[in-house]
Design a protein around this ligand. Structure first.
Ligand SMILES: C[S@@+](CC[C@H](N)C(=O)[O-])C[C@H]1O[C@@H](n2cnc3c(N)ncnc32)[C@H](O)[C@@H]1O
Ligand SMILES: [Zn+2]
Length: 282
């Protein structure tokens, strides 16, 4: 495992279903296989991160495959010339992207090990349980999940080949610390027109997303825009889309219920995908 003890940064050994560090701090794996490495003093609230309702809504929406082109795009950007690969997904949510990417990468890769971190326990629980129920696990394709914060990731320096961040906050110094010197970083952010028609329905004025910043210490290698339109024709899917986004709390309530009553929406999807590498200090 790449995980390090969140209390003392010590190395872990696996003993049964526990991770025990060299200083005797012990963390049990949950039934679903994930490990909880977020210390009480690292929490800003009792249940940080996305809540159960948002996680279930995101799972429901993503499983309708409207964002399948994004998975394909990410898979295409993962370098396959390295023999094997370790990939860390920060703010991995319910695990849709990490699992799909590890499943989708070229069979030329001898191995691909994915690690997912999210501060939300319900998110990590769902991600780990999907992996457990999938037929993905093998010596060459494996996933491991931890409840932890992207601000202080309990993992070793230079421990992964790649870091993925999809619509999640991240900390520049951690990205630089965790990546191997020849590592890569893939960041997905909303493009200017992402979900434009939805916002038009519920906000009096729509602000376009601006150019996403890259973490300091990283140098941009490529920036792609993935832009297409989808047609949602199911009220439950629309409900999930509203619930998984900040629209749950914001926006005009009547406008939202009118939209749900209509039950259909033609919608623009707009992603910016940035690939970056650490700036090498001489
Ligand atoms: C918009 S969701 C994106 C989830 C996933 N990457 C996806 O695209 O489906 C943002 C995620 O970041 C997580 N998050 C927020 N702050 C975090 C932090 N400090 N450390 C780790 N995860 C965090 C939330 O719990 C949530 O799952
Ligand atoms: Zn320890």
């Amino acid at each position: 495992v790449i995980w390090r003890c969140p209390k003392c940064k010590g190395l872990f050994v696996e003993q049964g279903s526990s991770l025990i560090c060299e200083n005797g701090h012990s963390f049990d794996r949950a039934r679903q296989g994930y490990v909880h490495l977020l210390l009480a003093n690292q929490k800003a609230s009792r249940e940080p991160g996305d809540n159960e309702t948002m996680i279930s809504a995101r799972r429901h929406f993503l499983s309708a495959d409207f964002y399948a082109p994004l998975v394909e795009e990410i898979v295409g950007l993962v370098p396959c010339d390295k023999g094997g690969l370790s990939l860390l997904d920060l703010g991995c949510g319910e695990g849709h992207y990490l699992q799909s990417v590890v499943q989708g990468v070229s069979s030329d890769l001898e191995y691909c090990h994915g690690y997912g971190v999210d501060i939300s326990k319900p998110a990590v629980r769902k991600a780990a349980s999907s992996y457990k129920m999938s037929a993905l696990a093998s010596e060459t394709r494996k996933l491991d999940y931890a409840v932890a914060s992207s601000v202080r990731v309990p993992a070793d320096d230079a421990c992964v080949d790649g870091i993925l961040v999809v619509f999640a906050p991240c900390e520049a110094s951690e990205i630089v610390r965790l990546l191997k010197p020849d590592g890569f970083f893939i960041q997905v952010s909303p493009g200017p027109k992402h979900l434009y028609e939805l916002k038009e329905c519920i906000y009096p004025e729509v602000k376009l997303h601006s150019q996403p910043p890259l973490p300091e210490g990283m140098s941009l290698r490529a920036q792609n825009r993935l832009n297409y339109s989808i047609s949602i024709e199911s009220r439950p899917v629309l409900e999930s889309l509203l619930e998984m986004t900040p629209f749950t709390w914001r926006g005009n309530r009547e406008a939202k219920s009118a939209l749900l009553d209509k039950g259909t929406l033609q919608l623009e999807i707009d992603f910016i995908i940035q690939v970056a590498t650490p700036i090498q200090l001489k």
